[in-house]
Design a binder for this molecule. Structure first.
Ligand code: ADP
Ligand code: ZN
Ligand code: ZN
Length: 809
């Protein structure tokens, strides 16, 4: 093969590959990383295919090889191509998910003088000052010139001087970001016996050298330099003295950076499965052993209440996988919240677990990646990105808490959903997928009921309900509280319950979902929320314009003075934050020790664990937080969970608001009462009759699902249709709107000319987050089927972001 199809690390490449010729002295394989010329630059590329003929005639040579081993398997390449096609993302962005941490390096431009003589006086001031700078420094990075002249002017001035032949550009990749860690060791080059002898003689003259020799001989001749220095109480010069005398030498040893060394792990043995667990394990086992066939035979939805023994099923499925000579990947929604999951995997597979996530240092990530690639681990545990770990012989993919929104990447391309990618990856590799949840996403459950996936159920807790009852859930109607003259954030019952907790020296969690803060308008008298007549989602209040706007269709209206439903004037803007709540609680319960847990206070590495430990060690009475507090924590002292206001998530301008609320409340309700004393959950709301709240209070998924799926069918929302969000970003709000309107019109014309009746175009409207870091966002929602196919035939210029199957609109 003489030619290679290469995906290059340059934004301009978009979803294309480029043909390069392979010089005769190079051997190039599929999946290998190479340096290639691109314009005037040398950049990184990945070989995706070898061919006898180039796709374009004028090809250039591959410059060299970055890594002697291929970095990507053929299956990963297929997965990346699928990602790029389905999510309309640049190909290299999709491939980059699978590359070793720190692999991507930018191209840096440096400028130097050509040394040509020239009459300086004919040049402009800017040109002169650039040349002046080059006299002081031989080479200058282009960003230094930008600092000097400003971005636009710098680029123009450089171009002019290049044109005149006075300066030249050179391109270089930025420095390598991460390597294997090499630690200096000191080694005896003589026998231990000999060393002792010499040490004896040196005791007087050079006591430090003597003690280092003694240490080395006791350590069978090899010890890390750092350890030697501290143990023998000597320094570098002592070591150098021994090296000079040819008694010892320095050797570099590769040391693995180990993220799991922070955990204390106790070995655990597989448990005897209960009858219920046995019944769900059997089909998974058969599927792993390839004893079954059929379209739905390898994707499982494990629907089981909290503490029904799902994790034990994951562990045993993984054991089975390992027995069959294969390996697994276990996804968790958010790594910081899942130390227990990591602990449980490590306890069952000691030394055979790798973790991969962005809170690790780059060095740790790099080393874990290498270890995974070598096939040294049974399972990789991590957030959605762990799906792209180079795990060889993949046999099992576990997705814990399948319904969590963090499985969707929406901040950057590819905007993928880990669940859908996992199913695609399993299809390519023959792996089995096990998704678990107490509150499956409506879409996943729909597929399971339909038979696309196999539905497995664990309806009971492992420990029978009599011994660990599900907590009693009380719904507090805040409209009644208000009528009774209580204007505070707390109903009388919640206040009393907190007092009781403090008195009994127990603990309470107060939960607040802040996501919808201060955006919707709700009547405190009747609970009525102002919704868009067309879209049936709550209108969002905009302070700057004093208008209510629908973020789907851009419908606008003046905020009413009285409730359209009951004519009450007690209309209010919903939204209090955890900070405010913290203040209020402290005011009412001055003696209580409070702990706050939300994303504002948990930026630092390990801070989640710190907060959790503090609370577990009873250093606080009340934990206040956003949804983070409700994740799978075992906290035996917690006997009360209060949902301060359930309506914030209920009133999100999103068709999934009901589902989201149900999930959160179920998790909250599963929280209390883990210990011997059964717990209590109090949910405060202005919408007590809402089905999401009613069914969550009864821990009744099935009833919730039945209501919700009817609603989805009626309003033609997923899973009965597919959605795509097209978002245009620009610093000028008007330009932004115009561009979005132009695109919507264009899409309409395309639809009509192609005759696609089931495609509807909603908007454009300002996005939910309209303005972010000085840039405006307008969005168009498409509703239809096969949207990736349709969109693949359109051209999107700079500034467009495409989100297929968006969550959290
Ligand atoms: P889930 O993942 O559904 O929340 P877990 O697997 O964590 O459930 O199980 C809940 C509790 O029950 C854990 O403490 C676990 O050790 C225990 N458990 C699970 N399966 C068994 C079993 N077969 N026998 C005894 N205890 C079990
Ligand atoms: Zn009202
Ligand atoms: Zn609308």
């Amino acid at each position: 093969m003489k030619y290679a199809e290469v995906s290059v690390n340059a934004p301009a490449a978009q979803r294309q590959t480029f043909s390069y010729s392979i010089p005769s002295e190079l051997t190039v394989n599929v999946g290998q990383a190479v340096y290639v010329p691109f314009g005037q630059k040398t950049i990184q590329g990945l070989v995706l295919e070898l061919t006898d003929f180039p796709a374009f005639e004028a090809t250039r040579d591959i410059i060299g090889i970055i890594d002697s081993q291929p970095l990507l398997s053929t299956k990963q390449i297929l997965l990346a191509k699928w990602l790029s096609d389905y999510y309309l993302s640049p190909l290299f962005d999709a491939l980059a998910l699978m590359l070793p941490p720190g692999f991507e390096r930018r191209v840096l431009t440096t400028i130097s003088s050509t040394g040509q003589e020239f009459d300086i006086s004919t040049l402009t001031g800017h040109q002169q000052s650039l040349l002046e700078l080059l006299k002081q420094k031989i080479t200058v990075r282009s960003n230094e010139i930008e600092l000097l002249l400003g971005k636009k002017r710098a680029s123009a001035t450089i171009s002019q001087l290049v044109e005149l032949g006075l300066i030249q550009r050179t391109y270089k990749l930025e420095r390598i970001k991460v390597k294997t860690r090499q630690v200096p060791y000191i080694r005896l080059v003589i026998s231990s016996g000999k060393a002792l002898e010499i040490a004896e003689n040196l005791t007087k003259k050079a006591p430090k050298q003597a003690s280092l020799l003694n240490l080395l001989s006791a350590q069978s001749g090899l010890i890390s330099l750092a350890e030697a220095k501290s143990k023998a109480n000597c320094d570098k010069t002592t070591a150098n003295a021994l090296i000079r005398k040819e008694l010892a030498k320095i050797e570099y040893v590769e040391v693995r950076r180990e993220p799991l060394s922070r955990y204390q792990i106790q070995l655990s043995q597989p448990l005897n499965l209960t009858t219920a667990q046995e019944a769900v394990f059997k089909p998974i086992q058969s599927s792993l052993r390839n004893e079954t066939s059929g379209a739905n035979s390898s994707v499982f939805l494990l629907h089981g209440v909290t503490a029904s023994g799902k994790t034990e099923i994951y562990l045993q499925a993984l054991s089975e996988t390992v027995k069959l000579g294969k390996r697994g990947i276990a996804l968790v929604p958010e790594i910081a919240l899942t130390p227990q999951t990591i602990e449980r995997f490590s306890a069952r597979f000691p030394g055979r677990v790798a973790v991969l996530h962005s809170q690790l240092s780059l060095g740790e990530q790099f080393d874990e990646w290498q270890r995974i690639r070598k096939g040294e681990v049974d399972v990789v545990v991590g957030p959605r990105s762990a799906l792209f770990a180079p795990q060889p012989d993949l046999g099992l993919i576990i997705i814990d808490e399948e319904h969590e929104w963090t499985y969707k990447q929406h901040e950057q391309s590819p905007r993928y959903h880990a669940r859908d990618v996992a199913i695609k990856l399993a299809e390519l590799t023959g792996a089995v997928v096990v998704m678990g949840s107490a509150t499956p996403s409506v879409e996943t459950y729909f597929h399971a009921v339909k038979g696309d996936y196999q539905l497995l159920q664990l309806p009971e807790r492992v420990v029978p309900i009599e011994n660990a009852p599900l907590p009693e859930v009380k719904i507090m109607d805040m409209r009644e509280e208000l009528k009774a003259g209580n204007r505070s954030m707390f109903s009388g019952q919640l206040k009393q319950a907190i007092e009781k907790v403090l008195l009994n020296k127990e603990q309470a969690i107060l939960f607040l979902n802040r996501r919808g803060s201060a955006t919707t308008i709700e009547c405190r008298n009747c609970g009525f929320v102002i919704k868009c007549k067309r879209c049936d989602i709550p209108m969002t209040y905009h302070l700057t314009s004093n208008l209510l706007i629908c973020h789907r269709c851009n419908n606008k209206m003046q905020p009413p003075q009285v409730c359209p439903n009951c004519l009450s004037r007690r209309i209010r803007y919903l939204g209090i934050g955890t900070e405010k709540l913290n203040e209020e609680v402290q005011l009412i319960f001055p003696q209580a020790r409070l702990l706050r847990w939300d994303s504002d206070v948990t930026q630092a590495k390990g801070s989640h664990q710190d907060i959790l430990n503090k609370f577990r060690n009873y250093e606080a009475d009340i934990l206040i937080g956003t949804q983070m507090v409700v994740k799978g924590l075992d906290l035996p002292l917690v006997t009360l969970v209060g949902v301060v206001i359930a309506d914030t998530s209920l009133n999100l301008p999103d068709f999934r608001a009901g589902e989201r609320t149900f999930q959160l409340l179920c998790q909250v309700a599963g929280r209390a009462g883990r210990g011997p004393s059964s717990g209590k959950v109090i949910i405060q709301t202005y919408n007590p009759e809402h089905y999401a709240i009613q069914t969550a209070a009864k821990h009744d998924y099935k009833s919730f699902y039945d209501m919700e799926i009817n609603f989805r069918r009626q309003f033609k929302e997923p899973p009965f249709t597919q959605l795509a969000a097209l978002i245009f970003v620009h610093t000028n709000d008007n330009r932004c709107r115009e561009e979005a309107e132009k695109m919507a019109k264009h899409i309409g014309e395309e639809r009509d000319s192609k005759g696609i009746p089931d495609l509807s175009i909603i908007g454009p409207a300002p996005a939910f987050v309209h303005r972010l870091r000085g840039r405006y966002h307008w969005q168009i929602i498409l509703r239809g089927s096969n949207l990736s196919n349709f969109l693949n035939n359109l051209t999107f210029g700079q500034g467009w972001m495409i989100d297929i199957d968006p969550v959290g609109l």
